[in-house]
Design a protein around this ligand. Sequence first.
Ligand SMILES: Nc1nc2c(ncn2[C@@H]2O[C@H](COP(=O)(O)OP(=O)(O)O)[C@@H](O)[C@H]2O)c(=O)[nH]1
Ligand SMILES: [Mg+2]
Length: 214
Amino acid sequence: MDEIEVDPHTKEEARRVFAGPCDFVKGVVSLEQLPDPDMPEVAFIGRSNVGKSSLINAVVGRKALARTSNTPGRTQELNFFNLGEGLAYIVDLPGYGFAKVSKSKVRDWTKLMKNYLRGRVNLRCVFVLIDARHGLKPSDIEMMEMLDEAGVNYRIIFTKSDKQKPTILKDIKGKTEKTLKNHAAAFPFTHSTSAVEGYGIEDFRTSIYQIVSV
Ligand SMILES: Nc1nc2c(ncn2[C@@H]2O[C@H](COP(=O)(O)OP(=O)(O)O)[C@@H](O)[C@H]2O)c(=O)[nH]1
Ligand SMILES: [Mg+2]
């Protein structure tokens, strides 16, 4: 991540792992279908259109791995990927903040997410994706509060940083990090990425590798 020094060996290991296999395991719509928690897990979440699928694809170096989660009607699925043949699960969680979703769908989503977050013993970290053009929205704050309550560690990752002026992004980053001080389970620093330009991707991979390999 931006502020953290990493030794070259760890970077190299991370590079090696992410150059290897990352296979789709399954998409689940209810908690009974979750794969056994037999390896560490990290999950990605964010508002719809934040760039979640693009970032997951950039991180694992595949063009269309996370496309399944883009299919309309399958938005309630949790999609599991097996990184490094047994090193970790990467989970693409159903997004939030859809404009045209019914109240009952929102209720279903909230129930599923709360139960997943509270019950998933192998979940090491959730990456909450935030569009670098917009910063934190009320629905992001709600998500962060849900994570605080569940006691799940999370980190804020900015997406689409190529679409924001560096000076403004710096400002948004500062403001966001100030907000994070009031959130018990949040990592105190943010990290900026661009799936299109590749900015911040390698450091992000290294962070994920560190989180799942300790
Ligand atoms: N400029 C730019 N566009 C991006 C980036 N990441 C995603 N996008 C675009 O944002 C839109 C939504 O991306 P997608 O990954 O499908 O978002 P999701 O709904 O969160 O999975 C698409 O048109 C992407 O091409 C990025 O880093 N930079
Ligand atoms: Mg998507």
